[in-house]
Ligand binder design. Structure first.
Ligand code: PFF
Ligand code: NA
Length: 428
């Protein structure tokens, strides 16, 4: 149970609430949703199992695990995870800081912006300058403090409160949109009716965007799930646990679309033009208009900060454990050094959002896909017997599903990832 909670804590975060809606908007709505869901089921789910088998087999951190199973040269893949972790967490923390500021605003002033100009100005104020920097600092201090203290039970409680809370508010907002926003039907058409000519025309950007989002949201491609699975008992059915984590994460992301798109259409905005401000602009407007909105907003933004914390913790833990194992640093020193480096790397993002694009593009469409491809190739071709054996440990009767998984990992998934990586890297 502790494992599932920790893994859900890592998976559910800004990827679902902040990143998913504007990726979906920009890539054509339903076209993106369709390709994304395919990616989650056919690639994300098998790929999370790939990380699980490595972690539980070795019971070690990603670098040690790859070295133990594959020899010295595979430990460099761990180096890629570390680079990805630094880059990703640096802007993740800045965006978490935006949510923190919306939480503070609700607490002390309430949400008053309703016109596009007011909403845009509020977002501009939160996303740049001193306040963005301070919020980024506060968030990284919290993450670092938790890693230094090595707190575990707090995370489990936080996840037990945060996930139902977020679900409850999102369901309420989705229902509000359905009944109170006349433009909702247009929004659902955009979000739910895939136009296959859009997919055919835009697959060069759709494919890497969907692949990157699938890995981002499931915390894959940087060894975090390897680390978490290293604490897993032999009696657990890996596929069952993976199914719980993947379904919950996907459900929350898809639900956010049902909330955000009606507000975007209500404001008369072009959904393909939305950016990293989408969730802030639409929700701040919602919380300013609906009865009890201020309280709802404070609770919602507060819970998103907790969701971001439990994800950020999983990344900083991976970075710190690397420094602890490779350089024999003490935990406080490793956590503080990694936390400080992440903070410094994130500073440019608080100055200009072009750095958000730059870092997010690098981490998401290049590094995560590369990391995922390498572990997929590793399990598929270097340790297939260990992989299959570990997958079936703790399972009563899996039939031929195990060999189907291995076959999928070895050839079709690897090919799709090579193509996504190529498109992502050349498009970057
Ligand atoms: N999965 C997290 C989210 O959706 O917000 C982000 C994340 C956490 C990505 C951990 C990668 C990672 F290793
Ligand atoms: Na996620």
């Amino acid at each position: 149970m502790g494992f599932i909670l920790a893994a859900v804590g890592s998976a559910v975060g800004l990827g679902n609430i902040w990143r998913f809606p504007f990726q979906a908007g920009a890539e054509g709505g339903a076209a993106f949703l369709f390709v994304y869901l395919g990616f989650i089921a056919l690639i994300g789910f098998p790929a999370i199992l790939v990380e699980f088998v490595i972690g539980r087999r070795t019971k070690r951190n990603p670098v040690g695990a790859l070295k133990e199973l594959g020899g010295d040269r595979w430990k460099y893949v761990g180096g890629i995870f570390v680079v990805t972790g630094f880059v990703l967490l640096s802007y993740y923390s800045v965006v978490a800081g935006w949510f923190f500021q919306y939480f503070i605003t609700g607490l002390f002033e309430g949400y008053t912006a309703t016109t596009p100009e007011e909403l845009g100005a509020a977002f501009g104020a939160a996303s740049s300058g001193t306040s963005a920097l301070l919020a980024h600092a506060a968030f990284m201090i919290a993450v670092t403090g938790i890693i230094v203290a090595g707190i575990r039970s707090g995370i489990e409680i936080a996840v037990k409160v945060m996930v139902p809370g977020i679900l409850f508010i999102l369901l309420g907002l989705a229902a509000y949109g359905a009944f109170a926003i006349p433009e909702a039907s247009q929004a659902y058409a955009y979000y739910l009716q895939p136009d296959f000519s859009v997919i055919a025309e835009n697959w060069q950007t759709l494919l890497p965007a969907a692949a990157g989002q699938a890995f981002f949201t499931l915390s894959l491609g940087m060894g975090v799930m390897i680390t978490y699975a290293s604490y897993l008992g032999e009696d657990r059915n890996l596929a069952e646990d993976a199914a719980v984590i993947v379904s919950l994460d996907t459900f929350i992301a898809v639900l956010v679309g049902f909330v955000v798109f009606p507000f975007i259409f209500q404001a008369g905005a072009d959904p393909t033009e939305v950016g990293p401000d989408a969730i802030f602009v639409s929700l701040a407007q919602a919380f300013a208009t609906i009865p009890g909105g201020r309280l709802l907003g404070v609770v919602f933004f507060g819970m998103v900060v907790i969701a971001a914390l439990s994800s950020a913790i999983s990344i900083l833990e991976m970075l710190a454990s690397y420094l602890i194992d490779e350089f024999k640093w003490e935990r406080p020193k490793a956590a503080a050094a990694a936390g400080l480096a992440v903070f410094v790397l994130g500073i440019p993002v608080t100055i200009d959002l072009v750095f958000l694009d730059l870092f997010d593009g690098l981490a998401d469409s290049v590094l995560l896909v590369l990391g995922a491809l390498l572990v997929v190739l590793f399990v598929g071709w270097v340790i297939p017997e260990d992989g299959l054996d570990e997958l079936t440990t703790g399972v009563e009767n899996i039939g031929s599903l195990g060999s189907i998984w291995l076959w999928a990992v070895r050839i079709p998934i690897a090919i799709v990832l090579v193509i996504s990586l190529y498109l992502g890297a050349t498009g970057y």
